[in-house]
Design a protein around this ligand. Sequence first.
Ligand SMILES: [Mg+2]
Length: 358
Amino acid sequence: MRIIAHVDMDAFYASVEARHNPALRDRPVVVGADPKDGRGRGVVEAASYAARRYGIRSAMPISRAWKLAEAARRRGEPAVAFVHGNRKLYVEVSERVMAILASAGDAFEEASIDEAYVDFSSLGDFEAACERANALKREIAEREGLTCSVGLGPNKLVAKIASDFKKPDGLTLVRPEDVQAFLDPLGIRVIPGIGPKTEAELNARGIRIVRDLRALERGQLAEWFGRWGEDLHAKARGLSDSPVSNEWEPKSVGEQETFEVNTLDAAFITERVRALAGEVFARVGRQGFRAFRTVTVTVRFAHFRTVTRAHTTREAMTSEAALAAAAVELLQPFLDQRENPRGTKIRLIGVRAEKLLR
Ligand SMILES: [Mg+2]
């Protein structure tokens, strides 16, 4: 029997800020762009749970977050602290948390800066796994002053959905015999890979919860979605045999961002490309690579046409500055006549590092 834990840090960036800056401790915290009294551009990177009570969410325009914060302040609620992200600090804290988790089970997989899977199968039963998970939660709280939410299940898919079930500071156990009863009433968005677009398509066909999805024949899903439809058929049943492993060798590391509003604002887009390059470079390092030779950018226009451009150098690139510069240069033609003669607004950008070197 497999026993897998998914550990997800709660409001990670905002919690780290509150922990390392005592002045923020009792205030709602928003990490992101400078709100400039409501005139700022850019987005919320993370919001603490107290800030989420005001309706503030990550990826929301910072100007909207500012308005929500002001409305709360006028109601007499605590004022939001807006802080600029300190990625170096988040990476340091993440590395310490991951070190605690890495030695806690039979296998470990870092899924992102604030999420990891741990394989507890050799503990033999779910009671022992719960105890181990609680011990880990205590250790992370004592050493780092941070809470996390843990999902325990028979595979990575169920564990991941379970960790999100009760937040913050939750522990959700889903035994193999309870998987279907756990998943069935949940909205289809809990299934990894179902984003807003697939959700809307399925909703339009009357499919809203996992039970509705499970009622569909495999052939029907394959007809609608191809290979991905067959995956959906398995996922609706909580089936997954993906191993907990960091041994998988990534061929590339990339990040993308969909803008809240389609735009052709060159300063804003350039700033977001640089921010994405920073995130990509941090992940390249965390995956154990020191350099890369190819930089790729993706541009999706308002009407959904998607274009990628790549640049490969003979010399290895080893810095965030090199990645950012290459990405900005590749993107530049899409902001002017060269690749965008009609001045079509842009919906999404992506930055990727490839040909990774150890
Ligand atoms: Mg998290």
